[in-house]
Design a protein around this ligand. Sequence first.
Ligand code: PLP
Length: 450
Amino acid sequence: EAAPEKAPVRSPPEVPPFEHRPRPYFGMSGDEILEKRKQFLGPSVFYYYQKPLNIVEGKMQYLYDEHGKRYLDCFGGIVTVSCGHCHPDIVNAVVEQTKLLQHTTTIYLYQAIVEFAEALASKMPGNLKVVYFVNSGTEANELAMLMARLYSGNLNMIALRNAYHGGSAGTIGLTGLQTWKYPIPQGEIHHVMNPDPYRGTFASDAVAYAKEVKEHINYGTSGKVAGFIAETFQGVGGAVELAPGYLKLVYDTVRKAGGVCIADEVQSGFGRTGSHYWGFQTQDVIPDIVTMAKGIGNGLPLGAVVTTPEIASVLSQKIQFNTFGGNPVCSVGGLAVLRVLDKEKRQAHCADVGSHLVNRLKELQQKHEIIGDVRGRGLMLGVELVTDRKEKTPAKAETAVLFEKLKDLNILVGKGGLHGNVFRIKPPMCFTRDDADFLVDAMDYAMSGL
Ligand code: PLP
């Protein structure tokens, strides 16, 4: 349906006054850093913005650049900052632990790792009670894939076509998005149709997508598989929420084929979706293995794999060791994150602010033809931009222009999807209704000027 004509917005929203004064900055300029990055950090580093920002300070949902300009961070770092930039409880916990003991590894005993593991296990449903700590989402998915293959005695992994699960030699095979893939051997990984309600071939028809998985297993494998992995809310793929009911059907099929079901909660866990603590709970399933990273550490390099004692037992035949996984500093930081999220009731907060933001974005969609789809839950949202609503033609160039404009209006959002035409809105979970209004007003103004 075409958006009705509405009056364009002629002035940008006013930046609300802010009390926090960032520290004076005397470091290298953005230009100098960029020059050195090009020299020393390899050609594949990619940047947001034509002139990348030099961010020097963060406070809760805000970031400050070298000139003291404040930005509303609607991308939460890169969905990493769950509680807020430099949240004082987490900073204090990490600083105190750093002064006392930074590292020993798991060959010795220390309290922090068991306290953190116990607290994390208490957040899991069913029999998901055994925790392995790693340093990133990629490592978590590598370990999950290893477990699935050992447990099932099979190599075949099933993943979704629009998935992102990491960039290592193993997980790049699970990743379905061609933008991230190199032509290296994929090692028995099969990609099935993406149950994407907006762009998918079968729209929201979970039964049809699940049937394709069954057919793929029957005709594309020996009939047996090692496992199935999916994000319930695809992040890098453009904030896609899987068709309702899909995971229940597919989990059943995969288990019948001897495989285990892995939920990649790297972006969607810890209450961000508002309605549930974990993304998979929105589909009423309990996975056999859950992987997590990003928000688990509020920015600390931390990841985890949680599974059942039965599946974990397959790793007892050899030494399972990760030098930095669950080190004292990250364990203390991760425990502080869990406590902050509970203390500040962030899940309920995400539900409240998220529903307000979705309503406002849907109003905006009525006004601006370019908004093809508004989707997601809680503070896990996506806005897909198209030049033609019927054809769903990705508005690549317009998205790039708007992205820059929003930055000029003190707003940072994420970008995603195969065509880079989806705004990903996943701010720190302390984001408020006022922040949501500021974001939508700025989008309105920026889109009015297209
Ligand atoms: N899984 C998902 C869903 C992700 O979004 C990402 C990173 O964006 C990863 C895995 C890989 O995590 P990392 O970059 O920490 O290795």
